[in-house]
Design a protein around this ligand. Structure first.
Ligand SMILES: Cc1cc2nc3c(=O)[nH]c(=O)nc-3n(C[C@H](O)[C@H](O)[C@H](O)COP(=O)(O)OP(=O)(O)OC[C@H]3O[C@@H](n4cnc5c(N)ncnc54)[C@H](O)[C@@H]3O)c2cc1C
Length: 466
């Protein structure tokens, strides 16, 4: 009997409930579909997805299997493929954004109407979003009670990689023909050395974190030049590691006395909270959560001079520019820096968070539909449990606090340095030549005085509340 394992964002063999179920049901045919949800990804996450997929395909090939690649509408392809190979069942790991839910619901009902078993499984999250509810049966909009509700929950142990008999694979597209990295151009070669692709790399990251950083995580996680954070968001987004694996490692560190371990578990739970919100508010990525923000005086011009300077890391505000360049070169950005650039865009520059969200979506290799939407709405002040709009980060003050010695800034800003670091220089190799920027050029003057920007934002906020 043939069981299809429909791979989506679960590029792993360990702790993969969908793969385990497929392996129990028969010979496993692994399948990946390049459908409209893949095509809609931004340049960096689409490219990084291709790296992860290539890595998983090699691992499966090393054990005698072959991943079938097909492009098109999964609603048509999965049932057609099931018929083609005579599959008796299809297994996949659930995703929680509205497009994925709509697609999967349709695939499930078509398969069932054909007499083929269709099973969706957990694995992308610790808690299914509908299993956590407030006392009145609603969903949580504030993080702290969400954390209190889930923190004592027993999380099941991780599943080992199953013994799999791979099914004979029918015709497949070639991954190279899909050109998932086509939009990355010059950037791919620069970003790739910063990536940690695959299950083994993710596990190594987790082990390093637990051994070297869990203890000081709470004290040092806000310092962007220090390698204290786990970096696991890149792997979590493609399912190269399960959140359950991370949770148990964090719990182990907590029991072993690591002082920062509980804080780490809380951060992992922020990801769960983001999915809890996105599942219950499918429009979170596009619409202001709070009422009254639709008329706020945010600009939505994604190509204005201010927004261009922000995207290019040329605002003249060093923390903002260092962070934007870090993202361009590595495909990720430190969490504190994300908050600062988001605050600067939505407050000092008075630009809609959707503009920033879209740029992050194009540039982040750890782009995640839930965490990104929640992060932007949180900073902008219009989201659930959001930081109030009037809390405006002063990027220079933040620099004084979290990069006093200027290590982070020197790492990413070359202009004005006698011997710029290779990381700072690599930014100029990564960006499109059309931007016309050069390490020998002058560092720009601030596009807006921080005090003026702050006052303008506060005035707009007062007007909104009047
Ligand atoms: C404007 C903005 C946009 C963001 N966009 C994304 C995004 O696209 N993808 C993404 O994964 N995260 C996003 N975040 C959240 C956070 O910045 C990253 O998860 C974190 O920087 C990842 O680094 P790490 O893996 O080293 O985290 P660690 O500090 O090691 O934390 C461990 C894990 O906890 C989770 N986590 C930590 N902080 C948060 C948080 N604030 N919200 C949700 N989950 C969290 C992540 O899964 C992370 O891998 C965004 C935050 C902001 C403010």
């Amino acid at each position: 009997m043939t069981a299809i394992w429909w791979i989506r964002r679960d590029f792993r063999l360990c702790d993969n409930p969908a793969l385990v179920a497929a392996a129990l049901a028969g010979d496993v045919l692994p399948v990946f579909i390049r459908d409209e949800t893949v095509d809609a990804l931004g340049a960096a996450p689409k490219w990084r997805m291709g790296l992860g997929l290539a890595h998983l395909m090699e691992r499966i090939e090393a054990t005698g299997g072959r991943v079938v690649l097909r492009a098109g509408d999964a609603r048509v392809i999965i049932p057609a493929l099931a018929r083609e190979v005579g599959a008796t069942c299809v297994h996949w790991a659930r995703l929680y954004d509205k497009d994925a839910i709509a697609r999967d619901t349709e695939v499930k009902s078509t398969l069932k109407s054909m007499g083929i078993d269709a099973h969706s499984h957990g694995g992308h999250l610790l808690f299914e979003p509908w299993t956590v509810a407030t006392k009145t049966g609603g969903y949580y909009k504030v993080y702290s009670p969400f954390w209190r509700a889930v923190k004592e929950t027993d999380i099941a142990p991780c599943l080992s990689a199953p013994k799999v008999r791979w099914a004979e694979a029918p015709q497949s597209d070639a991954l190279a023909d899909w050109a998932l990295g086509a939009q990355m151009r010059r950037g791919a070669a620069i970003v790739e050395p910063h990536c940690h692709v695959g299950e083994a790399a993710a596990m190594a990251r987790l082990e390093t974190f637990v051994a070297a950083h869990a203890d000081v995580y709470q004290e040092r996680r806000d310092f962007p030049s220090e390698p204290v954070c786990s970096g696991l968001s890149e792997n979590l987004t493609y399912g190269e590691i399960s959140p359950r694996t991370i949770w148990h490692a964090g719990m182990g560190a907590l029991k072993a006395g690591a002082r920062g371990a509980e804080h780490f578990l809380k951060e992992v739970t922020w990801r769960e909270f983001a999915y809890h919100l996105l599942y219950n508010e499918p429009e979170l990525a596009h619409k202001n959560h709070r009422e009254g923000w639709d008329t706020f005086a945010w600009s939505e011009d994604a190509d204005s001079a201010d927004v261009t300077a922000w995207k290019q890391g040329r605002t003249g505000i060093r923390f903002v520019d260092a962070a934007m360049r870090e993202m361009y070169v590595t495909g990720t950005m430190h969490n504190r820096a994300r908050m600062i650039v988001a605050s600067y865009l939505t407050k000092h520059l008075m630009v809609h968070w959707r503009v920033g969200r879209a740029w992050f979506e194009a540039c982040l290799i750890d782009w995640d539909p839930a965490a990104n939407a929640m992060g932007w709405q949180w900073v902008a002040g219009c989201g659930p449990d959001a930081s109030p709009y009037f809390r405006i980060f002063n990027p220079d003050g933040q620099l004084e606090k979290f990069d006093k010695e200027g290590v982070y800034v020197r790492r990413w800003i070359a202009e004005g340095q006698r011997a710029p670091s290779s990381t700072a220089l690599s930014y100029f190799e990564a960006v499109p030549k059309a931007w016309g920027v050069s390490a020998q050029g002058l560092y720009p003057k601030p596009i807006i005085d921080l005090k003026v920007g702050r006052e303008r934002a506060l005035a707009a906020y007062s007007e909104r509340n009047a």
